[in-house]
Each structure stands twice: as structure tokens, then as C-alpha cells.
Ligand binder design. Structure first.
Ligand code: FE
Ligand code: ZN
Ligand code: FE
Ligand code: FE
Length: 175
């Protein structure tokens, strides 16, 4: 610990962490824009295809919102590779390989993978919003909260699809 006196946001160690985490989630969202169309294409049910396709549009918008966050604090929006999102997407690709095309078991698996992605994002944006607040970045905090709420809704939507018919029908499928 260097010092504990009140310092400006720009020189705070938390500020550096905040910016690094912003760059991480920017990379993650960009990676998702490439992955979501593949997940939608692989999905069996129209409901899941629609959920992934709608979230793709939201995700593109989230990237724009992140660029606004960077602009609001005078930082360059340069992505830094997110190992976690790369791994989560690899798991989704593994799910597609391991399940039969046209099956609801595939959808059950894709929903599971999708929800892991959303939960990672919820954790990230929740932290980022809180950091922005502590650092006094009011505009950034509001923008990050908007995305946080979208991620929560996306997660809930996947639960609804799973519980409305996917899990039940997957249960009836033979190996
Ligand atoms: Fe997102
Ligand atoms: Zn990340
Ligand atoms: Fe990460
Ligand atoms: Fe998301």
C-alpha cells in the first residue's frame, strides 16, 4: 500500500484496475459478437435462436456503451484479452460438438453455457459499476448499470426458455 490519503481518481490504484477490467470486458463483448451467431445457428428451438439473436443485437449496443464509458473518462477503448470469456465460449463450442443436431438436449446445454456467460458478465458489470461509483465517475456508473440490467434480463430469459419446455423435452430424448 502506497498511501491512504485522499487522492484524485486518475492517480488511484483502483482507477488502473477499473480501466484494465473495462478493457477485459470490452474484449469479452467483442468475442461474444462472433460467438452468438454460431450459438443461434446451432440451437434447435426457435425460442433459443431468438434469445441468442436478440442478445447479439444487445451485445453490439453494449460495445457502443462501453466506448461511451471510455470516452467519459478520457481513456482509449482498447481491448485486452479475457481468458475467462475465451474459455466460456470454448465450452459452448464443446457443447455443440457433444450434442446431437436438432435435439433439445443441445438447447439445454447451450442455455447452460449461455447462462455461464451472462453470470460472468453480471459479476463484471456489477463490480465495474461499483468501482465507477467509488471513483466518482457518475456517467460511467449509470452506463454500466444499464448494461448490468440487460445482462440480468438476458439470464432470466434463458431460465424461462429452459423451464418452459427445453428441459422437459430434453429429458424425453434417448442417448
Ligand atoms: Fe454483454
Ligand atoms: Zn473478462
Ligand atoms: Fe477476464
Ligand atoms: Fe450478455
Amino acid at each position: 500500500m502506497k498511501n491512504k490519503i485522499d487522492i484524485s481518481a486518475e492517480t488511484s490504484a483502483l482507477n488502473t484496475l477499473f480501466i484494465d477490467e473495462l478493457k477485459d470486458i470490452l474484449w469479452a463483448e467483442k468475442h461474444l459478437v462472433k460467438a452468438l451467431p454460431k450459438m443461434a445457428k446451432a440451437a434447435t428451438s426457435e425460442e433459443l435462436k431468438t434469445a441468442f439473436t436478440n442478445h447479439l443485437e444487445e451485445t453490439k449496443n453494449q460495445i457502443t456503451r462501453l466506448e461511451q464509458v471510455f470516452a467519459s473518462i478520457g481513456e482509449k477503448a482498447s481491448p485486452i484479452k479475457c481468458d475467462a470469456m475465451e474459455g466460456l465460449i470454448k465450452e459452448a463450442e464443446g457443447c455443440i460438438e457433444d450434442t446431437e443436431k436438432g435435439s433439445l438436449t443441445r438447447d439445454a446445454g447451450l442455455i447452460s453455457c449461455g447462462q455461464k456467460v451472462e453470470h460472468y458478465e453480471i459479476a463484471s458489470y456489477g463490480t465495474l459499476k461499483t468501482f465507477a461509483g467509488v471513483l466518482g465517475y457518475t456517467e460511467a456508473a449509470a452506463l454500466l448499470e444499464e448494461t448490468l440490467n440487460e445482462e440480468k434480463t438476458a439470464d432470466q430469459l434463458l431460465t424461462t426458455v429452459a423451464e418452459s419446455f427445453v428441459n422437459e423435452q430434453a429429458r424425453a430424448e434417448k442417448e
